[in-house]
Write a protein that binds this ligand. Sequence first.
Ligand code: FE
Length: 203
Amino acid sequence: MSEHRHAHPPKKVEIRVKALESLLVEKGLVDPLALDELVDVYEHRVGPQNGAKVVAKAWCDPAYRDRLLGDATAAIAEFGFKGRQGEDMVALENTPTVHNMVVCTLCSCYPWPVLGLPPVWYKSPPYRARAVSEPRSVLEEFGVRLESHVEVRVWDSTAEVRYLVIPMRPEGTEHFNEIQLASLVTRDSMIGTGIIKPPESVQ
Ligand code: FE
């Protein structure tokens, strides 16, 4: 299977995929059950909840944070999150002065083991072009307004590397445990197109 998956592929492509799948199964090259299993894993079982656990642990455990920043692939694998599109992970930590944002300018490279499949907008040509040329405008459209002193760093996933943004831990969560913290972490915050707002109870 190609990494270039689309949520709403043109009909012609769907037909060609189906035809190809039938042929591979017929020739005994592909086990249809294995194929269904693979699709099910990435559509339903692997998603941003994985990345959220990684982020929450990094917030709670300074030693884990250091391991994550030092070798993200290994630190993420401590949770058992590994495999396709996650073989060469790099963690990017947001700080009060640096905001990281991830794009794949060429196609749709995305860290599947921690975030699941990419959202449609991530694969869209406007995001891929504008994330690089006018990142602050794009961020504003996502509702992220950064102060002018904050440096925006845009990371292009076109090589083997896949990125996970560690968003800033929101204020008022000092007494939250890892599970409570993980529930606050959004997919977009781990791509860098979102920030995590303080939980409503403490606003
Ligand atoms: Fe790509």
